[in-house]
Design a protein around this ligand. Structure first.
Ligand code: SF4
Ligand code: SF4
Length: 79
């Protein structure tokens, strides 16, 4: 089963620099052109399925605006 991840964007910190978008290996991020942050930037968002929760985007972000979550794998129970 593929690992599933997702991100949370802190709208107070994201400045729409696109560094995370360039570095995402899954290419599932883009700027949200329909919204502005309180500081007037277009924030990043997930735009497709396929985030693996690798956290490369969060590591690259100079503003520490991203929190990455990863679905814990379900362990099979054997007796
Ligand atoms: S989340 Fe960080 S790296 Fe991505 S666009 Fe916003 S400020 Fe830039
Ligand atoms: S956690 Fe990895 S796959 Fe998911 S958006 Fe960030 S860089 Fe892309």
């Amino acid at each position: 089963m593929a690992v599933k991840g997702w991100i949370e964007v802190n709208q107070m910190f994201c400045k729409g620099c696109e560094l995370c978008i360039d570095e995402c290996p899954q290419k599932v991020m883009a700027l949200d052109m329909e919204h502005l942050t309180p500081k007037g930037y277009h924030p990043v968002q997930l735009v497709a399925e396929g985030c693996t929760g690798c956290a490369i985007c969060a590591i690259m972000c100079p503003e520490a605006a991203l929190t990455v979550y990863r679905q814990a794998p379900v362990k099979a129970v054997t007796s």
